[in-house]
Each structure stands twice: as C-alpha cells, then as structure tokens.
Design a protein around this ligand. Sequence first.
Ligand SMILES: *Cc1c(COP(=O)(O)O)cnc(C)c1O
Length: 409
Amino acid sequence: MTLINENYLNLQGSYLFAEVARRTAAYKASHAGQEVISLGIGDVSRPLVPAVVEAMKKACDEMGQAETFRGYGPYEGYDFLRKAIAEHDYRARGIEIGEDEIFVSDGAKSDVANFQELFSSSARVALQDPVYPVYLDTNVMAGRSGTCKEGQFERIIYLPCTAENHFAPQLPKEHADLVYLCSPNNPTGTAMSKAQLKKWVDWANEHKAVILYDSAYEAFIRDENLPHSIYEIPGAQTCAVEFRSFSKTAGFTGTRCAYCVVPKALKIEDETGSEHALNALWLRRQSTKFNGVPYIVQRGAEAVFTPQGLTQTRQIIDGYLENARVMLSALRQAGFTAYGGENAPYVWLKTPKGLSSWDFFDLMLEKLQIVGTPGSGFGRAGEGYFRLTAFNTPQLTQQAAQRIASFSF
Ligand SMILES: *Cc1c(COP(=O)(O)O)cnc(C)c1O
C-alpha cells in the first residue's frame, strides 16, 4: 500500500483568491452593466521594458545560430548575470557580496519555498502574521508545523504585525531556528528600518538562528533611510539569506527570473556541532533539483542593469507608486486609516467600524464595485484589515479612487 505524505493533509485550504473570485463573479452575474474595478491584483500589469525586450531578442537570435547556441547553463546562473547583480545590487551600495554567493533561479517563490529543505525537520519556524502564505505552507509540507488549531499551527511561532506595533515583527519570546522576514511587506506595505533589522540580525547571531529575508519589493523603496538589503546591517552575512526577484522589479512575473544570496560566512551546525556552509549545501541542492534559468531570460535580466534598463524600470515602478499615492489620498479623504503604499505597491487599510475583512470586502463590492483582498486571508492578525494593490492601470486606479473619495461609510 502506498501511503500519502500526511503533512500535505495538514495544509489549510487556500481559499482566499478562489473565494474572492467566486464572490466577484456572483456579484457581476447579478449586476450586469456595472463596472467592477480590481485593486486585488498581485501581478504586474505593465509590459517588459524595451531594454529587456531588445536583449532577449538578441539572445534569441544567438540561440538560433550553431556558433552561439547554448544548451544547459550553469545551475547557479551565468557569470554575466551574477556579476551584474553583485555590482549593481550590492557593490554600488557598499556591500561586498561575491558572485559565487549569488544563485540565479526561476523565482523568489521557488527559492523561499525550497530553502527550508536545508534545515532539520525539527527546526522551529517563526513568521510574520499577516504574510505571504508560501513560508507557512512549505513548512507545513515539510512537517515542521504541528497540527492546526483555531487557524494557527502549534509549532509555528507567529509574529503579529498590526497597527499597535507599527507592523514591525517583535523578537520571539521562545527559541526559533528559522525566521522569515518579508520587507517591504506583502500585504502590509511596510518596510523595516535599519534599527529594526539590526535587532533581528543581532538576535539571530546570538541565538544561531537563520533569517530568510524576502525582499521581492526592494525596488519600491523610495525612503532614503530604509535599507535595500539586509547586508547593509553589520553581521548579516553570518545569519541571513536574501531573496530577490526580477518579477516586481522589472515585470518578470511571466518571464521568471530571481536570485538568492547565500553568504559563504553563513554556517550552521549538525548534531555533533561541526559547521556546514549553507552556500555549499544550496549549490548541491540546486545542482540536483534545478537545471537553471533560460539563457534568453538571463540576458533579459542582465539588461535591467543597463543605464536604459534602470531608467525604464524605475519609471514603471514610479507609475505603480503614483497609483498607491492616489489610493492613499482618496482613502484618507474618505476618513480611512491607511498604511503602506510609500515603499511598496500595497496599501493596507483598517476596516471601518470594526467590520471583519470579509464583511468589508462585500461592502466595497456592493457600494463601490471595487475588489480588494481581505486581510484575514494572510493570517489571523490580518483580520480587520484590507489590502489594495497599485498594479492596476492609472486610469482604473483613478476611477476607483474617485469612488472611494466620494463615499461615506
Ligand atoms: C510576488 C512575491 C514573490 C514571488 O516572486 P517570484 O520571483 O515571481 O516567484 C516572492 N515573495 C513575495 C513576498 C511576493 O509577493
């Protein structure tokens, strides 16, 4: 008899986006002719920039010529891209990261999902609440969660991030081995300061814990005082792995390219106390389970760092941030308390009159024909909040903003 991996049966149904789609479709079916605007989109909407498209076309031609054709590439990414990343994302900010500490991949989602494989199945996991659901679900699959009671897993350490603590995760009271930090945060739109991150880096070094730092929205940071990388904090290279992606930075959600940084100085112990470099283990893992990102895509990603690529992608992100500004100002005009949206493409608002996230979803849909995402779908501490995204077009975002500003709750 073949037995199933019981851990998978522990997963809680991810009904969030399915339920959003179901309620939206039901509303549209009974209200033909009303235009529903979605501010729930978690995907970019602007196309790839010309610099990237040109580079990919050129690479495509190379692939069609015997002299320049390439088959399997290096598991860890082509040198040209790893060099460009080390130079532009790190050295330019005064951070020394070696090219051999950078691993190119097909997504930050796969990387943050897979990285936990390097740790013992008894490792204690801490994560922000609310947060991107992948960290939790992959640890449930790996058997680290214990059982779920009243919406929370027994062995997971939840770090509530609410208005009361300015959406900043507080150090856990109990021991944790792995901590997932997402900054700028999806869904709260809040970014961690250097002082907040330093607290975590010092704690991790002291407790021999590892920080898995998801910085998928780094390119949205505009506040000059906020750190773009965890390695801006002294000591981070002995305790942190950083995940970045071209998805939200340069519209690669459908093209697929990301990377993670695993510093060679980051070592963890086995049961006997001998140390092992995560960098070597991750290379071993990737070379066994992954065959690299397409050459054409990596040439496209390299072009993000050219002067044209940098200017063009920055303009697109500025456009999304302008959408966020428009939403924030409409929300405040209507009397809402709203957060985020300044260094992230997410606006996070407090539901009025103590409404639950789902009741507020229904209200927005019925009164304003606007779809957003209920905060409770990202974790228990997201209850009473609501997420709006800046990824729609400027026109539809403006229209939605007018509806919001003119409504009184
Ligand atoms: C979108 C997103 C990702 C996924 O990035 P990909 O590179 O497209 O896989 C990772 N982390 C967070 C928090 C995200 O919102």
